[in-house]
Design a protein around this ligand. Sequence first.
Ligand code: ZN
Length: 449
Amino acid sequence: MKLTFYGAAKEVTGSNFLLAVGKEKFLIDCGLRQGSNYSERHNWDPFPYNPKEISAVFITHPHVDHIGRLPKLYKDGFRGKVYSTFPAKEFAGLLLLDSEHVLMQDAEKYKKPPLYGIQEVEELMRIWQGVEYHQEISVGGVKATFYNAGHILGSSFIVVEAEGKKIVFSGDLGNSPAPIIGNREAVPDGIDYCVMEATYGNRVHEPQSERKGFLEDMIEDTVKTGGVLMIPAFAMERTQELLYELNELVEHGRIPRVPIFIDSPLAIKLTEVYKNYSQYFDVEARKVLKSGDAIFNFPGLKMTLTTEASKAINEVPPPKVVIAGAGMSNAGRILHHERRYLPDPKSTLLIVGYQAAGSLGRLLLDGAKDVKMFGETIPVRCQIKNATGYSAHADQPQLLEWVRPMRHSVRKLFLVHSEEDSSQILSQKIRDELAVNAVVPGVGDEVDL
Ligand code: ZN
């Protein structure tokens, strides 16, 4: 069989791997490229394979850089089946509809036709099948089993078995322990090949335990200075984690009373879906739920669904906290708040997620003195803080720990989903410490397994 790396190879976004077993072809993830204009333009490229020949797509998790091109795949003739966990399927439906709107703006920007329409999303959802963790499914000549990756609710790494060999696709591996979701699982025995993400292959995160304290300090400082705490957050997982931690801080009286806004219609909708999947929560979160506490709600919290409600946030005098999308400040309502408060020395922008190269969030994180938005130059005078403990990705020690159990069986390990320096450093480390043959494939590279 042959494995080809069509995306997230020496880059972080656009995950897309093709496994050809005999005459059958399978995809693992089919994501959008995000970040710079250069890479986003490639989303309109024709697929480098015939979508009509794909029997099935296995989805690790519903982040747009893993699912975003599925509707285009459908539009271009794919009529096989899509498989993911049940929550991943439901989140994917919402996220694809939401990005359709964002992509319309991109289409205008790049003078291209829309990548897909609502109809393709609806038709795609009809061929999408939910599976349980650890339930082995047979599709054509392969078997696939999903395991908890601990990255977001319902996220998976997938073990595909074909021609007597086992290949694991890590998807995105979580920074366990994280609130709400269970811990990342260990790989089963006998893995022959591994395709692993290396987003933070060269980094060690701050301990997760410190982040709630960090959030507490940020809010206290904001109240003291009378500024605005802006938190650009991914609508899925990061927002719910923040809500969960804020709920604890408020319920235990650890932060002063301050208005907290969730200013993202998508995040509000996704939070509703979370509530339907409490069986996927970890023991702690279920305990809090059982005690009768609504884990995503507390005094002072306001969810602003409509544009009018969002605009009304401006009338609320500081101090206040605004959590809004998009997570990399590349779109969404956070931009309106940033335009207003980036020039304010009393305010703070708190980064709690990965910022892709080329995104506005990355520029701010790298210390830009001014930024362009809405055709204006906005000076940056507020404080920029980075809470790395919030990462949803495993760091270098965690990635090594995940590889360790397969070190005797794995014949080759492919590092993907990272900027090149990070994957090169990690591949060296894996070769040195675990004696595993780790390589960094490029886009279009094909290997015989
Ligand atoms: Zn992800």
